[in-house]
Design a protein around this ligand. Structure first.
Ligand SMILES: [Zn+2]
Ligand SMILES: [Zn+2]
Length: 111
């Protein structure tokens, strides 16, 4: 009578998916939607193709030399008005960070 096939629910021994941490999943989602590219393009649009520090201007073709610095150091803080972004050329950006993250950190605390 009851000839319906019963499919056994497949429970993997260690279900691959459930093995992922929330962090990993979020990271993957982020990679897919790519806000990392998004804010960069937006900052270049808002602030222009110019280094905020040395004032060097960039062409569309060497805009890869221009990077986006987060003023508060939080890469997740991306207000669309660009208030947390600073366009820095790779040289100035490196300089900014090599100046000591600690120094930045302490300065921030004062403000
Ligand atoms: Zn510069
Ligand atoms: Zn930076």
């Amino acid at each position: 009578m009851n000839t319906r096939r019963r499919r056994p629910l497949r429970k993997g021994p260690q279900g691959k998916d459930s093995g992922k941490s929330v962090e990993e999943i979020v990271r993957e989602l982020r990679r897919q939607s790519g806000p990392a590219v998004g804010y960069r393009e937006m900052s270049l649009k808002v602030n222009g193709l110019i280094c905020a520090k040395c004032g060097r201007e960039f062409d569309f073709k060497d805009r890869h030399l221009l990077t986006v610095h987060h003023k508060d150091g939080n890469h997740l803080n991306n207000p669309p008005d660009g208030s947390n972004w600073e366009n820095l050329c790779v040289y100035c950006h490196e300089d900014e960070h090599s100046r000591g993250l600690l120094g930045d950190f302490l300065k921030k605390k004062d403000i």
